[in-house]
Design a protein around this ligand. Structure first.
Ligand SMILES: [Mn+2]
Length: 312
């Protein structure tokens, strides 16, 4: 039996989902993906080519929402998969449309939860390793990070993940990290060395970014606009930004037009803003998407967000 795990690359929930999969299936191959079309094509290709193989295949996809624009190609791939007795299990906590669920359900075991109170690692634990104390602990830790509860200590893994995403071999680094975590190693000398290098890059960027914050009042909501950096872990940094500015919400904008949204209180839901963006998604506490305006013009970014918030 061949097992392949596809998980979200960008945070603790995605990596821990993969680690929980690895506790259950230590022989599994791991892939870490983002929300681009190319990423989803990797899933499709892997499933498509396995339909020829003699050996049984299980594909587990975790912490990735469905890309509705790829529905028909996914469906035909899943169809071939079912014929060859391969299995696909999709474990996710992002919102799925009813139409997609209906279309995909005949071919795929769907473990979905859109209650907004569970992270993907918890769903992985419940589906694959219920009663395994270590998997349960990992799922709890992922929950703590995903929902900002601060109820448990975790080593600076969120920042290590952020750091590794900057490398050409990020995939190997994340795969190694997920494997270590599956074996109970949440910190070691390699991570410690990497973290020391990371801190220098992070702190240089933080200084630069904090120098040109912009705060704007929109509909009685104080929104702070922050330039994003590949060395800054957005959720952690948003706390610092909120402490400094006391803003209600923060928009982190990058060169490519992608933005991340975080909030300081429940005056606004981050995903409500994200739903008005290109490829927008997320949950109440954290969401993101791509802007339509020129990413190099802050005034344009601000006015696009203004229009969205006025609409809500
Ligand atoms: Mn997640």
């Amino acid at each position: 039996m061949r097992v392949t795990l596809f998980s979200h690359e960008s945070d603790v929930d995605g990596i821990f989902s993969s680690s929980i999969g690895l506790i259950r299936y230590p022989q599994a191959r791991t892939f870490f993906l983002d929300y681009s079309k190319e990423s989803f094509m990797k899933i499709i290709n892997q499933i498509f080519f396995s339909n020829e193989s003699q050996e049984k295949n299980i594909f587990i996809i975790s912490d990735l929402g469905f890309n509705d624009s790829l529905l028909s190609i996914f469906k035909s791939t899943f169809l071939g998969c079912k014929k060859s007795n391969n299995e696909v299990i999709w474990v996710d906590h992002h919102p799925w449309s009813n139409n997609t669920i209906d279309e995909v359900k005949p071919f795929v075991e769907l473990i979905l939860d859109n209650s907004g109170i569970k992270c993907a690692a918890e769903l992985m634990y419940e589906r694959f390793l219920l009663d395994n104390a270590y998997a349960k602990h990992l799922a709890n830790l992922a929950h703590t990070i995903d929902f900002f509860t601060k109820s448990q200590y975790l080593t600076p893994l969120p920042e290590i993940i952020r750091y590794y995403l900057n490398f050409n071999d990020s995939y190997e680094r994340l795969a190694k990290l997920a494997l270590k975590i599956s074996k109970g190693i949440l910190w070691d000398i390699d991570m410690s060395e990497d973290y020391t290098k990371y801190e220098i890059l992070r702190d240089t960027d933080k200084k630069r970014v904090l120098n040109d914050l912009k705060i704007k009042e929109i509909n009685e909501l104080n929104v702070v606009f922050v330039r994003s950096s590949p060395y800054i872990q957005t959720s952690l940094f948003s706390e610092e930004v909120f402490n400094l500015t006391n803003a209600d919400a923060a928009i982190f904008y990058g060169k490519n037009g992608k933005i991340s949204i975080r909030r300081n209180n429940d005056k606004i839901d981050c995903n409500a803003i994200a739903l008005n963006l290109i490829d927008g998604g997320g949950h109440k506490f954290a969401a993101g998407g791509t802007l339509r305006s020129d990413p190099n013009k802050l005034e344009d970014i601000i006015s696009e967000i203004e229009q969205i918030i006025h609409k809500l």
